[in-house]
Design a protein around this ligand. Structure first.
Ligand code: WT7
Length: 647
């Protein structure tokens, strides 16, 4: 092992794990030398209605791009999450729900969940939802979110879950983009004791979505909402009359399962499309091996179902494996900053999976809040969403895990459907800050900016050389954009958008995005989206947005704003612009810092030089590099002189 700190796999962990080092090496070698044979075997972990005979049909060639797995097989995702478990663990808890209020929780068994999902599937049918229709889900973290998603899967409808923190405009754009005819929402959400006006937001969104004719409303808080005759229905009213018998639709492996919108470096968010067979195989296999899941264990992923982590590792992966999956409505610091550990003790959580931003925020609150809880049920910790700095990693390991629990730092993306680079707890020695080694079937490669493949210890652009079953299949409604975004920068390879270092042991260290995407508290944000929100304000002439290092959020949002001639750059206007962006996109897009820019640094051809703006925002203006191509170099001096102090 090389220079960095190494934490070896504890003997006892290796002995008890599904996969130890020898097994990982043998299975990995086979998975990349004989992918057909490997996946033919592992595809069977899912129940198929009609077994597949075809395994992998893939071309990464832009001229003929296609990705198909298990193509001639048929299955149903909800049957894999529910029906297959009824005989063996029907009365075991499927979803362990913990409310925002610490006095509110409930356990839902596989049998109960099966009945609820079947009923709601019948409700959807009665509302006219058919195979292939798009259903938008805008719900808080309540069991009905899982019910709605699985009910869509049951009837073969494609769900598009929109995070409850998004604005009416963002919701409307997503409804329109996939021509969704129905929205499922709640009266209000509840987070940290505060109410989120979901139905009100949905009403505002639906005003600009004339083809969306139905809205189902779950009663969560009992808050007053307006119900529009003929369009809006209460969930509980519809469920009263629904039968709990709904045979699962037979879906082809490549039929779409869901769309999930995610930000890119340009334009509006992309509808990432995942299909059924390969996704289910990959979700269930990664969940079992990465988290070393054993029957009966309580597994908790703190993500929101509005993100891919919630789809794959709260819902589809764990339920396909018959796991007990904990679903948490609240936030880490309510009623106080020991909530996570209180919940761990309350429900005897064994496996805990969260984001670095949460760890950093809790770290700041001090050890006492953690140490006063037992946490003895914990045996494995996970991290996801952004690079975890070694300091936070070591704190997580020492303070939360009492140096007993391995940490799996899992690298993946909305596009990848599941985890691609990760330790396996019984197989991989850990290095704080490294996502370590590829999962089975995954072939990472580093390339330079000209696409040359780099070998050995090196740093470059992270690409994946070949397909894995959980890979996205297209951008909904825009296959060209799919090809352009992921397969054109480096011909014949999937380009992740991340930079990465590989050390002498072959370990991967993700260094962050190399495109104009920023990662704010584990939430992915296109700088272009924030810019277009800013320029939509009547006083703004031009805006450029970059990320800058932020102690808690990982990256903060730094906006350079040029006002229209005659507008006064006041503190009030600064606050107004922050509010404006919140309203346009959602709170997660709020700029942390806004600097008034008399002008932006541009090349003679008019292109904004973001490299320079990033350096100024990061307080590295002594490393601006070559500025000779600027049309007006004096612009930079002004920006450096008036740089905002970082939070
Ligand atoms: C981007 C994907 C994967 C689900 C949550 C985010 C960054 C994600 C890690 C990690 C370093 C990470 C990457 C990636 N990222 N996990 N363990 N270490 N970076 O999904 O919103 O699609 O964002 O998040 O930059 O490209 P997403």
């Amino acid at each position: 092992m090389s220079e960095e700190m190494v934490i070896a796999v504890p003997e006892a962990v290796a002995r008890a794990a599904h996969i130890d080092r020898a097994k990982y090496q043998a299975m990995y070698a086979r998975s990349v030398s004989d992918p057909e044979g490997f996946w033919a075997e592992h595809g069977k972990r899912i129940d198929w209605i009609k077994p597949y005979s075809k395994i992998k049909e893939v071309s990464y060639d832009a001229e003929d791009l296609h990705i198909r797995w298990f193509h001639d097989g048929t299955l149903n995702a909800s049957a894999n999450c529910l029906d297959r478990h009824l005989a063996t663990r029907g009365d075991q808890t499927a979803i362990l729900w913990e409310g925002d209020d610490p006095n509110e929780s409930k356990a839902i068994t596989y049998r109960e969940l099966h009945a609820e999902v079947s009923k709601f599937a019948n409700v959807l049918k009665a509302l006219g939802v058919e195979k292939g229709d798009r259903v938008t889900i805008y719900l808080p973290m309540i069991p009905e979110a899982a019910v709605a998603m699985l009910a869509c899967a049951r009837v073969g409808a494609i769900h598009s879950v929109v995070f409850g923190g998004f604005s009416p405009d963002s919701l409307a754009n997503r409804i329109q983009d996939c021509d969704s005819t129905i929205v499922i929402t709640a009266d209000e959400g509840l987070r940290g004791g505060r109410k989120v006006p979901l139905k009100k937001n949905a009403d505002a969104a639906l005003a600009s979505c004339p083809s969306c004719k139905t809205c189902v409303v779950v009663r969560r808080t009992g808050g007053a909402v307006e119900m529009k005759d003929g369009r809006d229905h209460w969930y509980h009213d519809l469920m009263l009359a629904a039968s709990a018998d709904c045979p699962p639709a037979e879906m082809r492996a490549e039929d779409p399962l869901f769309i999930l919108y995610t930000s890119g470096s340009t334009g509006k968010p992309k509808g990432v499309l995942h299909t059924t067979g390969g996704y289910m195989v990959y979700a269930s296999m990664t969940h079992e091996y990465v988290f070393d899941y054993k029957p009966g264990e309580v597994y908790w992923c703190t993500a929101d179902v509005g993100w891919v982590t919630g789809h794959t590792y709260i819902l589809y992966g764990p339920l396909a494996n018959g796991a007990i999956t904990l679903m948490f409505e609240g936030v880490p610091n309510y009623p106080d900053a020991s909530r996570f550990w209180q919940v761990v003790d309350k429900h005897d959580v064994n496996i805990f999976y969260t984001a670095p931003t949460a760890i950093r925020a809790l770290m700041r609150e001090g050890e006492e809040l953690v140490k006063k809880t037992s946490r003895k049920s914990l045996r494995l910790l996970g991290s996801v969403g952004e690079p975890i700095n070694p300091e936070a990693w070591l704190w997580y390991h020492r303070v939360v895990g009492d140096e007993r629990c391995p940490i799996v730092d899992t690298w993946w993306q909305t596009e990848t459907g599941g985890i691609l680079i990760t330790p396996l707890p019984g197989a991989t020695d850990l290095k704080p800050g490294s996502a370590t080694l590829p999962f089975f079937g995954v072939k990472p490669m580093l390339v330079d900016n000209d696409g040359n493949v780099l070998e050995g210890a090196t740093e470059g652009n992270l690409c994946i050389a070949d397909s894995w079953p959980g890979q996205m299949r297209t951008v909904y409604g825009d296959h060209d954009r799919f090809i352009q975004t992921y397969f054109s920068t480096f011909k014949g390879r999937y380009f992740t958008g991340d930079g990465c270092r590989r050390d002498a042991d072959g370990y991967y260290w993700i260094t962050g995005r190399v495109d104009d995407v920023i990662n704010v508290s584990g939430h992915r944000m296109g700088t272009a989206e924030v810019e277009s929100a800013l320029v939509a304000h009547s006083k703004v002439a031009e805006a450029a947005v970059v990320g800058y290092p932020h102690d808690i959020k990982g990256q903060g949002i730094y906006a350079y704003v040029t006002l229209n001639v005659g507008e006064e750059p006041t503190e009030e206007l600064r606050k107004e612009l922050v509010q404006w962006v919140r309203r346009e996109i959602g709170p997660i897009a709020s700029p942390d810092l806004i600097q008034w820019a008399p002008a932006l640094p541009k090349t003679r051809s008019g292109k904004i030089m973001r490299r320079i703006l990033r350096k100024i925002a990061a307080n590295e203006h002594d490393q601006l590099g070559d500025t000779s191509t600027l049309a007006d170099p004096a612009v930079v001096d002004d920006l450096v002189g008036n740089r905002m102090n970082r939070a």
